[in-house]
Each structure stands twice: as structure tokens, then as C-alpha cells.
Write a protein that binds this ligand. Structure first.
Ligand SMILES: Cc1cc2nc3c(=O)[nH]c(=O)nc-3n(C[C@H](O)[C@H](O)[C@H](O)COP(=O)(O)OP(=O)(O)OC[C@H]3O[C@@H](n4cnc5c(N)ncnc54)[C@H](O)[C@@H]3O)c2cc1C
Length: 248
């Protein structure tokens, strides 16, 4: 059964976010836009106040709230003249990890997301020749011993330059060898500090969308097997879970 909406609780969230946003007026956001910058101070304050950890369970240092509350938080940021596009990635990417990650991954990462020590703002799915039809992605991750070796290319991958971690979708079984085209893709939790310059290259894209976005190139990027999230071959479904939350 779906729990009834507690409108008073949602109003209290709106009030809290609104008062945090108040010092960040139009001048702040226009200056960020003009310099193609990133609102570090705002994002840090939103994180420290716990709003970005809304959907992280209390056991991992968050508030254990749901998608409705998360939507209200982001809506209020936009309503106050800000841009939730700088922060929303963390909420839905975290949800993918929470739902499908191992206990070890969750215990290692979620409390550090809740505290603001780490950011998980990025998700690498889209490719130059593969947008809407995700099952045709060409980036591969081939298992070799205790590593997956990743080769391929992504495009329009947002917030990579302001994130510590990224969820990456790659094909682990060739399309020709799977029964259903949605099978055979897997997701990995990539430590960007380890990956960039060690098999992963980031090429920023000039754009006017209000947040940074990039092309990514993978050339024998090695990922330890324990970076795999959930079961190998089921990554497409895991990504869809996160995207449904993102669209909301
Ligand atoms: C600013 C920005 C930020 C982004 N950030 C990210 C990110 O962080 N991570 C990430 O992975 N991706 C990101 N993306 C990529 C985004 O998710 C893709 O643009 C989207 O999936 C669409 O892919 P495409 O642009 O290749 O369009 P296409 O797949 O080429 O589609 C173009 C149009 O054709 C339509 N269409 C496609 N196929 C068919 C068909 N068979 N029949 C009828 N109509 C069809 C589509 O509905 C769409 O209207 C970002 C994109 C932008 C612009």
C-alpha cells in the first residue's frame, strides 16, 4: 500500500530548503553561469545540511526519506532560482547503488556520500552512436582475472569533473550472444580519481545547459571485479531503475 502524503512534512522540507537557498540569489547563479563554473559552495552547504542524503537510509547516515521528498527538495532549489541539475545526479545514482550494490559497497560508500566526503554525481550510459537505444552500446568490459578491462567511448556525461565516483554501463556479453538485447550489460562503480589518466580520458563539451558535460574515452581502463554492482549482465535493468527516479 502506498503511504498517504504528509503535506505538512513536505511543506517543512520546502521551508528548510528555501531558507538555505536564500543567500544564493540570482547574482550567484548568473556568475556561475557566466564563468561556466560549478556552485561548489551551494552544493557543499546543501550536502552538509543533509538534503542530498534524503534518500540514504538512516543506517548509512541519511534521512531515509523517499522519492516524493527528494523531488520536493530539488523542485525547491529550482523554484528559488537555482539549478538542481548540479546535484540531482547524486540522488538517483545513489538509489541505484542502494538497490543493487553489495553490503560491502553500501557500507563503504553511502555514509561518505551522506557526509559529503564523496560525490556520486555521474552516470555514463550514452554513446556517440547510441542514445535512446541503449541496448546497442559499444563500450565493452571484458573480464580478465580479477579485473574488467573497459574500452569504448561515452558522450554527454555530466558532472564528471565535480564527482568522485561514476556509475558506468558497459557490455560484458556481446549483443550477438545474448537471448534478449537488454541482457549482457553490467554496471560498475568507477573511482574517477583512479581512472582518469589511467585508461580514462575526459574531454569537456562546450554547452549552454547550465552544468558541465563531457566526452569520455576508455582505453584499457582496468576496474577491479569488486566494482561490479549487482549481477553481471543485469546492468540495463539497474540503470532503468535509476533513470525512472531521475525523471521524477
Ligand atoms: C545536457 C545533456 C546532459 C546529459 N547527461 C547525460 C549523462 O550524465 N549521462 C548519460 O549517460 N547521458 C547523458 N545525456 C544523454 C542523453 O541521455 C541522450 O541525449 C538521450 O539518451 C538521447 O540520446 P540521443 O541524444 O543520442 O538521441 P537519439 O537517440 O538520436 O534520439 C533523437 C530523437 O529521436 C527519437 N528516436 C530515437 N529512436 C527512435 C525510433 N526508433 N523511432 C522514433 N523516434 C526515435 C528520440 O525519441 C529523440 O526524440 C545528456 C544529454 C544532454 C543533452
Amino acid at each position: 500500500m502506498i503511504a498517504p502524503i504528509d503535506h505538512d512534512a513536505l511543506e517543512a522540507i520546502r521551508d528548510g530548503v528555501r531558507s538555505l537557498c536564500k543567500p544564493y540569489g540570482g547574482d550567484y547563479w548568473r556568475a556561475i553561469d557566466a564563468s561556466q563554473g560549478f556552485p561548489e559552495q551551494f552544493v557543499d552547504e546543501l550536502t552538509r545540511a543533509g538534503w542530498l542524503a534524503a534518500m540514504i537510509p538512516e543506517a548509512y547516515g541519511g534521512s531515509g526519506l523517499g522519492l516524493a521528498e527528494a523531488s520536493v527538495i530539488l523542485e525547491e532549489v529550482n523554484r528559488c532560482g537555482g539549478n538542481a541539475g548540479f546535484v540531482h545526479g547524486q540522488m538517483y545514482n545513489m538509489a541505484t547503488l542502494l538497490k543493487h550494490g553489495s553490503e560491502a559497497q553500501k557500507a563503504a560508500i553511502l555514509p561518505r556520500l551522506a557526509s559529503g566526503e564523496l560525490r556520486l554525481q555521474s552516470m555514463g550510459v550514452t554513446e556517440p552512436s547510441t542514445g535512446t537505444d541503449t541496448t546497442k552500446i559499444k563500450t565493452t568490459a571484458v573480464k580478465r582475472g580479477d579485473r574488467y578491462v573497459v574500452n569504448g567511448q561515452k558522450v554527454w556525461i555530466s558532472r564528471v569533473q565535480h564527482s568522485d565516483l561514476m556509475i558506468l554501463l558497459a557490455r560484458t556479453t556481446p549483443l550477438a550472444e545474448v537471448q534478449r538485447k537488454a541482457d549482457g550489460m553490467s554496471i560498475f562503480l568507477v573511482d574517477l580519481h583512479q581512472a582518469i589518466g589511467q585508461g580514462m580520458r575526459v574531454q569537456p563539451i562546450d554547452n549552454m545547459v547550465g552544468h558541465e558535460t563531457n566526452e569520455l574515452f576508455f582505453d584499457d581502463l582496468e576496474l577491479p571485479v569488486d566494482t561490479l554492482i549487482g549481477e553481471e549482465g543485469k546492468g540495463f535493468r539497474y540503470i532503468l531503475d535509476g533513470l525512472n527516479a531521475e525523471r521524477t
